[in-house]
Ligand binder design. Sequence first.
Ligand SMILES: Cc1cc2nc3c(=O)[nH]c(=O)nc-3n(C[C@H](O)[C@H](O)[C@H](O)COP(=O)(O)O)c2cc1C
Length: 214
Amino acid sequence: MNLTEGTTSTLPVPSDPSTAAGHEPLRLGVILGSTREGRFGPVVADWFLSRVGARPDFTPELIDLAEVDLPAAPTARPGPAARAELAKVTPRLAAADAFVVLTPEYNHSFPAALKSLIDWHYAEWQAKPVGFVSYGGISGGLRAVEHLRQVFAELHAVTLRDTVSFHNAGALFDEDGRHTDPADCDAAATTMLDRLAWWGLALREATALRPYAA
Ligand SMILES: Cc1cc2nc3c(=O)[nH]c(=O)nc-3n(C[C@H](O)[C@H](O)[C@H](O)COP(=O)(O)O)c2cc1C
């Protein structure tokens, strides 16, 4: 089952992707937080990229943490190996106008690789919106998302209320990685991406006018 937060909201939702009409598409960093052997994450990533790829208001780029080997603990003076790994991700985070984090839930929280990526960076997150697509067992990854909200608040990022979550995710997709009943999750993705477009444009314009100083 997919949980769509915000379906009972009475607030107006900017449901038209042309929210960003007349603007440069928002550069969207899609961060895949699961890295383990045999992970389910790429199925969720493919689904999400197919949704966002259909929209004119975003230019998505997948940032797959399985392709980065950051040391767990950040240091002020990273050595050559750490610098080489940072070079794979830091410029891409810096260039993004907005993020969507794809996260599973491990022991009621989010993966260590994701925490490591977050901790290695600071200014790259500031004054940018962050949306979530979560998945897991019965929890749908919701506890991982709530932990991530606390972490991103410390980094001056703005997390979105509306999320997409997949409960018992493995049972929802067929052997080819297609969701077997995608109406609800597609609708949830549309809502989340509409919100992200609003915040992404608002913050991009605001920071161009007045740099965010934290
Ligand atoms: C170490 C570990 C801990 C997990 N803890 C939880 C949990 O607390 N709640 C939950 O709903 N699912 C939990 N799961 C299930 C995963 O969220 C689920 O298998 C998910 O698909 C894993 O994503 P991945 O395959 O991309 O790593 C856990 C899985 C692992 C490997």
